[in-house]
Structures are given as C-alpha cells and as structure tokens.
Design a protein around this ligand. Structure first.
Ligand code: FAD
Length: 622
C-alpha cells in the first residue's frame, strides 16, 4: 500500500446523502476532512424518488437545516415543485415536500462540497479499514493507496455487495449504472460486525414524450412555495406540475402473470424489503380487492424528458414491465428509458453503535445512512450530519452531541436504531415520536439552532438572525398575555362578531388567540401592529398559544424521561451478575448493552421492575 502524504482528521467513505452532510459538517466545524467515493459524478444522486421531504421526512430536513446542514438549502435552490402536506391537520403533522431537479440537486451539492474549506474530494473505492491498536486509523483503497485518518465514517448506502435484480436476471451493482462496493463488508464481518441483507426497489424511468398527459390529472404545487431552510427567504424558480395516473384490472392481471419470474416470489431475493414502500407486485398480491393503485408521474428535472412513476417500483422481468406500464391509461405508448429493478445490499446492525453513531466494536469508526438499515435520503442525511459532527467533536476532544427523543426526530431515529436495531429498512414516521407536539417542523430552529451554533456549524450571522426571531417571539408572548380587550373598548359590534356578548371582564389577547379559529389577522382588528411582525413569528405565536396546554403536558412527561436518560450505565456493566433480574432480562441487557437507563427502558421485554433493579445496581456500583 502507498500511504498518502496528507493525514486527515475525518475520512468519510461515500458521497451519498449521508456522506455529503457528514463531510460538510466535519469540515465546517474546522477539522481536515477527506471525502472518498466510487464516482464523483454521482454525488448526492437520488437513487429513487426525485423528491425531498414528505411526512416526518420534512421534519428531518428542517432539523438538518436548523443544525447547520445543507439538504434544506440544496432542495430550496433546485426544487421544481413545493407542497406542504397535511395543511388541514394540526401543526405537529404538517410536512414539507418538494420535487427536485435531480441533476441540479446533485451538481449544486458537488459545488458546495468543492467550495468548502478543509475538505478534499477523491474518487476511489474503499476496500478495507486500516486499524491501529484495535482502533480505526485510516482506509485502504482498490487503487492501492492507504489514506490515514483519526476517524472514519462509513456511508456506503446500497453499495456493499449490491446485487441488482430485474426478473430472474441479476448482476452486481451499487445502483443502476454504478459499481458495487466489494470487500468492505467482508472486512466488517471479520471485525465482529453483524452484517445482514436488505433490499429495496425503484420504478422504471419513463419517456414523457410518449405519455398522453391529456388523459392524466395534473397536480400543481402550492401557489406560494414555502422553503425548507430557515435561511431561504423565497423560492424564486417557477414550478412544474406532476400528473396522476392509475393502474387497472388489466395491469394487475399482467403483474400476476409475471410473478413466477419475480425474484421476490421465486425466492431468489433474500433481503427484507421496505414494508412501507412495497413494490407494485406486492400491492397487487397483498390487496387483491383493490381495483386500482395510484401513481404520481413526477418529472426528474426541467431539462430532461425522464419521469418517475411513484409507487410503481418492481423487480418483474422487462417484458412484464413493458406490458404493465403500457396498460395504464395515458401510458399506452410509453417507452421505458431505464428499467425498474430491485437491489439487495449489506447493512450493519445499528445496535452495534453508540448514540453518537460511533461503533461499539471499533473505536473512532462511525456508521451513517443506509448502512445502518435505514431507507431514505433524509434519514441518511440526518445521520450523516450527526456522525460528521461527532467525529469532528471527537477529534477536538469534546463530548459527542446526542439529541434526545424530546429534542428532535433525529434523536428519535438514532435512539430507535441503536437501542432496538432493525431487521427491515427503517424509515421515519411521525408516529415513532412520542413528543410529537414538541417536535414540529415549524419550531425546528427554536429546538436546534443553539446546538448547531454551539458545535460550530451555524454561522454567526445566521445565529444572530435566529436570536432576533427568538427574542421577538418571547417578547410578543409576554405582551399578548398582558394586553387586554375591555368590553367598553371592544364595542357592541365586535363583541357580537367575536361571540363575546355579555363579557364582564377584560380578556387578554392571548386568551383570544387561544380560541380555535381565532387568528393573528383577527387580532389585528384591535392590535394592528401584530401584522408587522415577520410571518414566522406570527405562526409561532398562534401555535404556541393554541397548543400551550398540550405542550405543557408533554413537557412534564419529558422531565420524567430526561431523568432516566441522564443516568449513564458504564460500558463494562456486568449485567449477568445483577441479583433479582430474570435470566431473560439479564441476557437482553447484556446483548443490547444500553448506554443509559432510558435506553434500557426502551428495550422490548425490559419491565419497569427490571429498570428499578438495574438503577439500584447502578447506585450500588457508585
Ligand atoms: P447512497 O445514497 O446509496 O450513497 C452511498 C455512497 O457511497 C455512494 O456515493 C457510493 O458511491 C459510495 N460508496 C459506497 N461504497 C463505497 C466504497 N466502498 N468506497 C467509496 N465509496 C463508496 N429510499 C426510500 O426512502 N424509498 C425508496 O423507495 C427507495 N428506493 C430505492 C431503490 C433503489 C434501487 C435504491 C438504490 C435506493 C432506494 N432508496 C429508497 C434508498 C435511498 O437511495 C437511500 O436511502 C439513500 O440514498 C441513502 O443514502 P446514503 O447516503 O446512505 O447512501
């Protein structure tokens, strides 16, 4: 091996969504960083859906942005259709989503990486880790070069021993058009990692020139597109529509006719697929009573004719794909430009990670993204950001940043992964968060900007802008609780309009705003200055006042949980000799080796009584 002359603080392997955030966060914190990837032209490539955000995923993007990550700004600059989902539901489940111009998204991210200080990019395949005294000290590459680094972050996505399936044809690949990563996962097994197999799939990419859009229903973005990033003022670029189409009974018949050549149903695919993102053949088999399945035909960009039929992923043979896509109304003449396929790949059980994303087996080695068994760009990016932050903090000799379940969806996801592990692709859902009302998209900056600034990711100017907003909200909340409307000042007409006839005492502006349908616009009738406040401030006032009761209740629950979370368990805890615990509980604790009492309490099968005994044993240890 030729040893490269420059030594790095952080080496990131892979430039997918996890790798980009990991490299940027480490470099921005100020440590020397190297990003190695198989193909520099495929940086931040969207392997599947050309879209960012969606339910719970939008929350992750906002949190990444609040902490100082890039994903939000990247989609704001390259998005072609923006929508806020669930606008009629409560603020906790509202979610932003945007279609991306896939190539622009990739190119902009590459430019951002190239312009980042402290960051070098190189195209190589990493084949092994270089260990020194049991800890990682660098990586070895296929070209025979060894790069030395104090920490290494693996973000290999779907590439480790990637195997592509189209019908009964299968061949190695990291994703269509890309080479797989060979050798690395075998080395990880040698070091004792529990490496498993997962699978995912993607639809065909279709030629929009061969689609009759007159037969399809258009779907437009929001009239006033809302940016993802707290730093983006406005989305300037024009938006493009998507179109809705449906499968029919004929499509389902064609699919059923091809099942004998489906790698999934023929038992060739071993890996477990994403339960919540089933292939079209899975949907047809599992829901035989359904007469049709919907698909959104989503453009892949402004300068391409390729479109993506969402929800239509399949690993059926190509002749079945031709017939099935053409059976859809409006797609009778459709040409497939890239076939649909499934991919199997290696992942590493995330139970072998600390909450910092450092592995328990090899010090200074971090894992982030799909390698941890997750699925999705946003899940990957969020982990990448945290791994990059924590590797950089480790180099600087500082404590890791670990977000609690009450602080961020990122905290929920990482805690789920490292506490429970996963046997199937893990994606984020709002239902995974127990403190949903606290973890809204709209307050991600209020929850996390401070932390992003503390670790050195949020620049001073951005942070100062945030402080102004925060102070404005706090001052205004005080003002609204003090200012009052008296019956005499209101006048008969307003009292009647606001359903306050007979009101005896003055009512505070806060009380008025607490009423379900009452808005800041309504309040401006008696307090016009409120409309001069920035929209984001008014939004916070409305939400914080209306939901205060529920928010306070969740905060009380958080208080109780935080106590358990702060009780750390030493890494060498001897669970097997704790008296009073059942053998099953002892063995489980020994296998999972939780970092805190809180984590221990979330392991399935660990009872509250077991936690009490464990906390007594901890106290006895001193
Ligand atoms: P990736 O984006 O896969 O990036 C990995 C990077 O690591 C690549 O740049 C690669 O070149 C590099 N790399 C790998 N090994 C090495 C090595 N040894 N040396 C150097 N570089 C290396 N997600 C969903 O949410 N829903 C879906 O339906 C869905 N379907 C998918 C279908 C397919 C066919 C594929 C391929 C992916 C699909 N995904 C889906 C997953 C989505 O693409 C990933 O979740 C996301 O891209 C993961 O990001 P990542 O950064 O972890 O990995």
């Amino acid at each position: 091996m030729i040893v490269y002359e420059k030594k790095y603080d952080v080496i990131v392997v892979g430039a997918g969504h996890a790798g980009c955030e990991a490299a940027l966060s480490a470099a921005r914190i100020g440590v020397s960083t190297l990003l190695l990837t198989i193909n520099l032209d495929a940086i931040a490539l969207m392997s599947c859906n050309p879209a960012i955000g969606g339910l719970a995923k939008g929350h992750l993007v906002k949190e990444i942005d609040a902490l100082g990550g890039e994903m939000g700004r990247n989609i704001d600059a390259t998005g072609i259709q923006f929508r806020v989902l669930n606008t009629r539901k409560g603020p906790a489940v509202r979610a932003s989503r945007a279609q991306a111009d896939k190539q622009q998204y990739r190119l902009r991210m590459k430019t951002v990486l190239e312009q980042q200080d402290n960051l070098d990019l190189k195209q190589v395949e990493v084949t092994a880790l270089h260990l020194d005294g049991g800890a990682v000290a660098g990586v070895d590459t296929r070209g025979g070069v060894r790069f030395l680094g104090k920490t290494v972050i693996l973000t290999t996505g779907t590439f480790m021993r990637g195997l592509i399936h189209i019908g009964l044809v299968h061949y190695p690949g990291g994703r269509a058009g890309d080479l797989p990563s060979v050798g690395l996962s075998e080395r990880l097994v040698d070091y004792g990692f529990d490496v498993g197999r997962l699978k995912t799939g993607t639809p065909a990419r279709l030629d929009s020139r061969t689609i009759d859009f007159n037969k399809l229903e258009p779907q437009f973005g929001d009239e006033r597109p809302v940016p993802f990033s707290f730093s983006t003022e406005k989305i300037e670029q024009p938006q493009v529509p998507c179109h809705i189409a449906y499968t029919n009974e004929k499509s389902h018949e064609i699919i059923r006719g091809g099942l004998d050549r489906s790698p999934l149903y023929a038992g060739i695919i071993e890996g477990i697929g994403p339960r919540y993102c089933p292939s079209i053949e899975d949907k047809v088999v599992r829901f035989p009573e359904k007469e049709r399945h919907q698909t959104f035909i989503e453009p892949e960009g402004r300068d391409t004719v390729e479109v993506y039929p969402s929800g239509m992923s399949t690993s059926l043979p190509i002749d079945i794909q031709w017939a099935f896509y053409r059976s859809i109304e409006g797609l009778e003449r459709v040409e497939i430009m890239r076939p649909a396929y499934a991919i199997e790949y290696d992942y590493v059980n995330p139970i072998q990670l600390h909450a910092s994303l450092e592995t328990k087996l090899v010090p200074n080695l971090y894992h982030a993204g799909q390698i941890n068994g997750t699925s999705g760009y946003e899940e990957a990016a969020a982990q990448g950001l945290m791994a990059g932050i924590n590797a950089a903090l480790q180099v600087k000799g500082k404590e890791p940043l670990v977000l609690g379940r009450h602080e961020a969806y990122i905290g929920v996801m990482i805690d789920d992964l490292v506490t429970l592990g996963t046997k199937e692709p893990y994606r984020m859902f709002t239902s995974r968060a127990e403190y949903r009302l606290l973890l809204r998209e709209d307050n991600a900056d209020l929850r996390l900007r401070e932390k992003g600034h503390e670790v050195g990711l949020v620049p001073e100017e951005t942070y100062n802008g945030f402080l102004v907003k925060k102070e404005c909200i706090e001052n205004e909340l005080v003002k609204l609780s003090r200012e009052r409307l008296t019956p005499s000042a209101a006048g008969e007409e307003l009292l009647a309009e606001w359903d306050l006839v007979g009101m005896q005492n003055a009512i505070s502006y806060e009380q008025l705003l607490r009423r379900p349908e009452f808005t800041c616009e309504d309040l401006s009738r008696i307090y016009p200055e409120i409309m001069e406040l920035p929209e984001a401030v008014r939004e916070q006032l409305g939400i914080q006042i209306k939901y205060q009761g529920y928010i306070n209740r969740q905060l009380e629950q958080v208080d109780r949980a935080v106590k358990l979370e702060s009780a750390k368990i030493p890494a060498d805890m001897d669970y097997l000799s704790i008296p009073g615990l059942s053998t099953e509980v002892r063995e489980k604790l020994d296998r999972f080796r939780p970092d805190t009492l809180g984590q221990a309490s979330r392991i399935p099968g660990i009872t509250p009584a077991g936690i009490t005994i464990l906390s007594i044993a901890l106290k006895a240890r001193g």
